[in-house]
Design a protein around this ligand. Structure first.
Ligand SMILES: [Zn+2]
Length: 530
């Protein structure tokens, strides 16, 4: 039975890591690549942190576990998700039920923490205070020596305040590494996992500085911030090396990400496009008409924001202005999630099941007509229908269409101005890509180098199998056989079975209003919420 060390690097891609590994800046990762297998890792659709980590922990696509985004909702009404929204046994639940000890530090969507054999320190989407660990008060004994544990950075990226933002990211990461090293020494569980979020946050904000081909690249500022992202990955790499020393080499080391990253320049206001295309209609009321007029009037972002603020709202137009009885499609979510306003499914649905396919094709056609404002080229890279992104019990609850843009992401809800495609120089210059990464080495892993075709849903069944525990069969993932030495884990040694999620009140704990608002603020700062 293998033991595991897993390092989760949020938003890591080989595009970024490979050159640094080759030049010697990431020696621990380079060693894992050298001694084992590595390659791209296909993320969930959409490749959003919450959805992708749920896919990692359950071995199912979002249509199987039910989490498609940081929020769950329809037609402009939503709430944040938490661990109880994930349908399916988590990897740590399965391992724990199979008699293995587990330690999970900081993985998103692990709040409320499950009562496993070992420990869980919940990650993103947890409240800052409250019971974020299992066992309760788990980190208290370390506080005096290591300082208070911080789940997420608190500084938000604003142009001109990069220094404070960067210092905060670094401080959180250092703190998490200190805790990880200490816990590895004192609680070397059979499965030991650490997740770093700072790499994702930093790439969103600072991509333009490390990518000299980005249109917003400013050489003067790049001097100062070019190496911030690299520095964070180097620290994660040092942590990987140290953790391998502490936990011992007779343990499999797996480095993986939830999704990749790439440059973005444009922000697409899909709902505004649907208004222009007649797929969405506004209410006839004067206020809504006024907003519609302002929005169509190519009002610049700054003025639009000021007017919106006078009205006491975030944006000029919102879902509350939509006349749902005459609307056939809308978008919610920052990576191009599009919904058909289906009767019986949506709160005020209009499209019958018989018309569904026809309307969906119309919507897809409209999306293909979006153009890059500068070059006039098509903005859409790929359109995926729901059934092509996985088939499970929650498929019908997720988006009907996933649209991926070239160097663009979408406004999660409505934009502050009325333009369909705008360039927000003060916003993110990097965003998620579907292709993430993994590298794995250790006992039972053959030295084969690059491997294609691995998917994030394959990791949990693979880890469970290598740890001699049977993974629930209902998942989408397969045990990765290619590249692993034969025998040993695929049968025979299996024991235990996994139960489904802990049912009842225990798993239904949700965030208080204040807690939810605090979490939402951070997600807004990252561009994930409207
Ligand atoms: Zn992520």
């Amino acid at each position: 039975m293998s033991k595991f060390l897993v390092i989760g690097l949020d938003g890591a891609t080989w595009d970024v890591l490979r050159p640094w590994a080759d030049e010697g800046a990431l020696p621990a990762l380079a060693r894992v690549m050298e001694e084992g297998i590595w390659g791209p890792l296909e993320s969930s659709m959409p490749p959003i942190t919450a959805a992708a980590w749920a896919s990692f922990m359950t071995g199912k696509w979002p249509s199987g576990h039910g989490v498609f985004d940081f929020f769950r909702g329809r037609a402009g009404r939503w709430r944040l998700v938490n661990g109880t929204d994930v349908d399916g046994a988590t990897l740590w639940r399965t391992l724990s039920d199979g008699g293995r000890s587990v330690g999970v530090l900081n993985v998103p969507l692990t709040y409320p923490p499950e009562k496993v054999n070992g420990f869980i320190v919940a990650g993103l989407l947890s409240p800052d205070r409250g019971e974020t660990t299992h066992p309760a008060g788990f980190l208290a004994p370390y506080r005096k020596a290591l300082g208070p544990y911080r789940l997420t950075p608190s500084a938000l990226y604003r142009p001109g305040q990069e220094d404070a933002f960067v210092a905060d990211l670094q401080a959180v990461m250092e703190q998490q590494i200190r805790y990880a090293l200490r816990l590895a020494q004192e609680r070397p569980t059979d499965f030991f996992m650490v997740h770093f979020l700072a790499t994702d946050i930093a790439q969103h904000a600072l991509w333009r500085y490390m990518d000299a081909s980005h249109p917003w690249h400013e050489p003067r500022l790049a001097e100062r911030y070019r190496d911030v992202v690299k520095g964070l990955f180097m620290r994660a790499d040092e942590a990987l090396g140290r953790l391998r020393e502490i936990l011992g080499e007779e343990r499999v080391a797996l480095v993986m990400s939830d999704h990749g990253f790439g440059p973005v320049r444009w922000t697409v206001n899909i709902n505004m496009w649907f208004l222009e295309q007649g797929l969405m209609k506004l209410k006839g009321g004067a206020r809504s008409r006024g907003r519609g007029w302002l929005a169509r009037g190519r009002v610049r972002d700054g003025l639009a924001r000021r007017v919106a603020r006078i009205w006491g709202r975030e944006t000029l137009l919102g879902f509350e202005d939509v006349d749902w009885s005459r609307t056939v499609a809308y978008s919610m979510g920052h990576l191009g999630q599009v919904y058909v306003n289906v009767r019986g499914r949506e709160p005020e649905g209009t499209v019958s099941r018989q018309d569904y396919e026809r309307v969906r094709e119309e919507v897809i056609e409209a999306l293909h007509a979006l153009r890059d404002p500068e070059t006039g080229e098509k903005l859409v890279l790929e359109v995926l229908r729901a059934e092509d992104a996985g088939d499970g019990p929650y498929r019908w609850q997720g988006p009907d269409v996933f649209v991926t843009f070239k160097e663009a992401s979408a406004y999660p809800m409505f934009a502050s101005d009325g333009r369909v495609v705008s360039e927000r120089r003060h916003g993110n210059s990097g965003d998620h890509r579907r292709e993430g990464m993994f590298a794995m080495a250790g006992p039972g892993v053959r030295r084969v180098g690059r491997m294609e075709g691995a998917r994030i849903v394959d990791l949990a069944p693979t880890i469970a199998a290598m740890m001699g525990v049977r993974f629930p069969v209902q998942g989408d993932g397969d045990v990765l056989q290619v590249g692993l030495s034969s025998g040993g884990w695929s049968s025979g040694e299996e024991k235990g079975g996994a139960s489904e999620n802990q049912a009842g009140a225990e798993r239904m704990a949700v965030l208080s209003r204040e807690e939810e608002e605090a979490v939402a603020r951070r997600l807004r700062g990252l561009g994930y919420l409207g």
